[in-house]
Design a protein around this ligand. Structure first.
Ligand code: SAM
Length: 164
């Protein structure tokens, strides 16, 4: 088993100063069935288990209207990731190393994860969704309508595909 901080052959880290410039609000926490990174799916699936986005005070009123959407974009902080790897050896490509920015690995300078999820229900301060791939207790950073369902129709779409 590879621990969170272990390196694979060929992987390269850099020395980084403690980050000082961006301060985020964790607006909630994500409850999922997974407590080990090895068991967590690499990407979420719309058929995946129902997971819970528990929103903290004082952000609960910001959920108003969320149940209008079928799909949401969830942004979260992959809090158990190391942040100093520039070259990685992905587990699914054992022979190759790749740069961090060419991967969706959780290991990155700012370990943000994003998933498009299916809205299931709103229960008080909790949003139920399917399609996540993060550990239980992962901090939640933001929640917004998926851009496909939110974007206003363009002039061309309003006029029909042939522009009439
Ligand atoms: N869907 C997101 C994305 O593409 O931005 C995340 C993809 S990342 C490949 C998902 C993996 O991150 C999981 O399989 C698990 O190994 C790891 N992971 C999940 N939650 C984590 C957490 N809170 N801290 C560190 N690693 C986590």
């Amino acid at each position: 088993m590879i621990a969170d901080t272990d390196l694979r052959p060929g992987e390269v880290t850099v020395d980084v100063a403690p980050p000082r410039d961006a301060a985020l609000y964790f607006i909630g926490r994500i409850r999922t069935p997974w407590t080990s990174r090895l068991d967590t799916p690499r990407q979420g699936s719309p058929e995946g288990p129902v997971c819970r986005l528990e929103i903290f005070d004082p952000w609960v009123p910001a959920l108003k209207g969320i149940d209008f959407y079928t799909h949401l974009e969830v942004i979260y902080w992959l809090h158990r990731s190391r942040r100093d790897l520039v070259i990685q050896r992905p587990k699914h490509e054992e022979e190759k190393t790749r740069g961090t920015f060419s991967l969706r690995s959780p290991v990155r300078p700012n370990p943000l994860g994003t998933s498009t999820v299916r809205f299931v229900a709103l229960e008080g301060n909790t949003v139920l969704v399917r399609g996540l791939d993060c550990l239980d207790e992962t901090p939640l950073i933001d929640l917004k309508p998926d851009r496909c369902v939110f974007s206003p129709l363009s002039q061309q779409q309003l006029q029909g595909a042939d522009g009439t």
